[in-house]
Design a protein around this ligand. Sequence first.
Ligand code: ATP
Ligand code: MG
Length: 467
Amino acid sequence: MKIPNTISLRLALWYTLLVFLALVCFGWLILWITANETYDQQRSMLKEKTIPIAEHLDVDRGKFDKEHIEDKEQELRLHEYGIFFEVWDNKRLLFRSRNFPLDLELPPPAESDLPDIVKAENTYRYQILTEPISIYESGSKKSFPFFLRLGRSDLYVERILDRIRVLSLFLIPIAVAIAAFSGWILARRALRPVDEITRTAQNISVHSLDRRLPEPRYDDELGRLSKTFNALLERIQAGVEKIQRFSADASHELRTPLTVLHGEMEVALRKERLPKEYQRVLKSGLQEIGWMEKIVNNLLTLSRADSGQATLEIQNVDLAQLLKDSIEMNRNAAEAKKINMHLHAESIHARVDPDRIRQLFINLLDNAIKYSPGDREINVELNPHEDEAVLVFQDQGIGIPPEDLPYVFERFYRADKSRSRELHGSGLGLSICQWIVKAHHGTLEIDSEPEKGTTVTVRLPLDQEKS
Ligand code: ATP
Ligand code: MG
């Protein structure tokens, strides 16, 4: 039979072992206390009995009166308690009670210091008490020293102790069995949620990430484990959904230009056409391909950023110069819409990746131009503030509705989808901006009011390596 390797079994076994050891220690302690107590009581009893014996001891003309005590021995009735005794002077045994054990030979009391418990030659152990006494001769005031020695078999004590031993022998195994059984049941019950977690985890695949563990009843370690596990599933589900949405959106974005391209070529090829018409189709095709190139490049940038492959090439550059370059690159688009761009920037040197930062400026300027009607102004400012460069891009464009504002950094999110498509917006520009700013340990904030304009504030630490 294979023994299951479970924590509950191990817990139950440890618990049983500890209960067993505790009970054995406890039993031994009880035995020890009872033995001490009972021997003490027996000693007190022996001590009490010295008085009636001493009362019956007599000295006659300077000699111990043996006949007197022989006559009185029965009267004392000590044999009924199992008590025997003997009387000694310094060297000689003067009297011994009739019930004195035959195999017990004790040395003279004056010469020896006997232990409390003495073992006879072949039989029992006896508790012995030796008391020096003085006996007065009747009629005179003279006293004589003697030794009175009393004893009793330890059978009386052992009988009590045996009862405890037998009781323990029965009770300890029963208690241990109960402890083992209840320990096993309790451990299994306590650890049942772990099995549930295991089963749920086994049954979860990418297609069933919505499965959850039942809400825990108690806020204990396992309750918290269940909650943590559910929260982990929640995050994984959100992550997987994001990836799924992202790839669905990406294919959707690419399908539109491809459909246009496919349609135009198909129509163009239906019959012979003039070179001018072919030129027009090729031009329009080139536009669609350019559009797709932009999306694919943006996607590539973002997926490199996600996988941590995109590294920064930090250099010492003048941010004002970068801004001027970016404005120049957007100048044609702005002039086409009669938009004036103003730059207020003092030269600020910062350690940044110039290509990425230029891409950030171009994206923000592109948005400001794209989402402004004609004849408007765009103001760009660059100022130092403590150890940061603060850039403000302000336009007088269509603005972003407040309900869209929280989502503009999401990939493929566009506030006004139809207009954005017309404007060749894929909804990836701000996601890339946000990644660039984060990679430079900076912040990016957008403030916007519909029909009034949008203000984007970027804060960049001047030295990336320090931040
Ligand atoms: P892409 O930048 O990839 O060409 P896009 O400009 O549509 O496409 P983002 O730059 O990410 O995408 O901007 C997301 C959305 O936020 C835009 O579609 C637009 O609706 C809104 N938006 C961004 N900047 C502005 C702005 N300056 N004024 C008004 N709306 C803006
Ligand atoms: Mg954009």
